[in-house]
Write a protein that binds this ligand. Structure first.
Ligand SMILES: [Zn+2]
Length: 445
């Protein structure tokens, strides 16, 4: 994508020079292995657009890699033609051009893709694509990449935890506060190699010890994606209310608290205590807000505005609110403007809705300090090819947005370049204390 603005070429070129800190992804290890051309292209987000324009049965059929792709091709092509112009579709088209030299998707093109699919399981291939995207570091939620969660149970017992390529990890929270049963508690506490299930205090202390171990292993933030399961309108229960649920659970190992209603006092209480720990450990907290991956979700329970009481209560925690809170941009900008402890993260939203992102980048400049924005996060769970294309799209969006502002003399060219550098590199480097070197560019032009 491009803009006709006379400032666009220079800003787009500058965006290409700035190393990117990828502010959110889920890659645990290089991969996946592409099974066939359909799998190599549409698995994940774009599949939800194909689903949205078809039916549950159709999408299951199109994605079923056990059926030869040539049999699925006619239906896939029919749906592709109905869905290809979305933001997710832009990423697929970009992948087609860059990695397969294809402009229009045809059966012959699919046969070419089958021959050329890159081996993403090869660390060198995977890394070379990150290099091509100029992604210098990735903040990764490795516990939600679809791999075994065994890895979460061993950080204290292993000296090292394998990190993804160019990755720093975050500590995934929902697992620890949505405990429903005695077995859940045992599983969470397993890294400590001790039985500590008698009291709520034991459990909270145990979590703190585990989080400290993650920090020692290099974790740079906490991360929570509660709205996949329940509303982010967290209550502020008393310790006694939480303890009542906890004691009910542990006093009979056969019990299971119903989730989320019966569990809510305990779940919400633990969430608040974990935020206390984030303040104590000086780690920012990344929160999913807005659109949920998949389909037939209730986005209203993921609207960031519901977090207002949490943001007010925990003034000593830095919150990083995800995904442009799509489609609630106004609420998101308000929270970023109004709270010194709130940062706004454009991860995923650059492809969810590129036009929304372009307008939001502009409004962000005019409504809140540019030091509070993180401009890019892949969120593509492996699929380095798509992460590359997504990064290109994000740079397009940013350059399109800022070139308009330069043309209308809202910003000078130098100010626009400084904003690009801040959004893609300086801000996350500073807020997540990543320790990467300062960047210096000659500023003529
Ligand atoms: Zn994510």
């Amino acid at each position: 994508m491009k803009s006709l603005s006379k400032s666009f070429p220079m800003l787009r070129e500058f965006a290409e020079l700035v190393p990117i800190i990828d502010c959110h992804d889920h890659t645990l290890k290089p991969g996946p292995r592409f099974l066939d051309p359909i799998h190599a292209l549409v698995e994940g987000y774009f599949a939800t657009d194909l689903w949205s324009v078809s039916s549950d049965n159709d999408i299951q059929y199109v994605l079923n890699s056990k059926i030869p792709w040539r049999e699925r091709w006619p239906l896939f092509k029919e749906l592709w033609d109905l869905a290809k112009n979305t933001g997710y579709g832009q990423v697929i088209k970009s992948v087609l051009r860059e990695f397969y030299n294809i402009d229009e998707l045809t059966f012959e093109g699919m046969e070419e893709i089958e021959k050329k699919m890159p081996n993403l399981e090869d660390p060198a291939v995977f890394d070379s694509i990150l290099e091509k995207a100029n992604i210098t570091l990735r903040i990764c939620d490795i516990f939600n990449d679809g791999s075994s969660l065994d890895v979460i149970t061993v950080p204290g017992t292993e000296n090292t935890l394998a990190l993804p390529p160019r990755g720093r990890m975050v500590i995934s929270l929902p697992h620890f506060h949505s405990i429903c049963s005695y077995d859940d508690i045992q599983t969470r506490m397993a890294p400590l190699n001790r039985v500590c299930t008698k009291t709520l205090d034991d459990y909270v202390t145990g979590c703190y010890e585990i989080f400290q171990q993650f920090k020692e292993l290099g974790a740079v933030a906490f991360k929570d994606q509660t709205p996949y399961n329940k509303s982010i309108s967290f209550s502020n229960p008393t310790r006694a209310e939480a303890e009542k649920v906890f004691n009910w659970i542990v006093s009979d190992p056969r019990r299971k608290a119903s989730y989320p209603d019966q569990l809510k006092p305990l779940d919400d209480y633990l969430f608040h205590r974990f935020l206390d720990m984030a303040a104590d450990m000086d780690l920012p907290v990344q929160l999913h807000t807005g659109l949920l991956a998949g389909i037939r979700h209730d986005v209203s329970k993921a609207n960031a505005i519901l977090l207002r009481p949490v943001l007010e209560l925990h003034r000593d925690v830095k919150f990083d609110l995800f995904h442009g809170n799509w489609p609630y941009s106004g609420e998101w900008l308000f929270l970023g403007k109004n709270y010194p402890n709130v940062y706004l993260n454009f991860c995923w939203v650059n492809t969810i809705d590129p036009i929304y992102s372009q307008r939001l980048f502009q409004q962000a400049v005019s409504s809140l300090p540019h030091g509070k924005i993180f401009g890019y996060g892949s969120d593509y769970v492996g699929y380095a090819t798509h992460a590359w294309a997504h990064s290109q799209l994000a740079k397009d969006n940013i350059a399109i947005a800022l070139s308009d502002l330069v043309d209308m003399e809202y910003l000078s060219m130098k100010e626009a370049k400084d904003i690009i550098k801040a959004w893609l590199y300086d801000n996350p480097n500073r807020v997540f204390k990543l320790g990467l070197p300062d960047l210096h560019f000659s500023q003529e032009g």
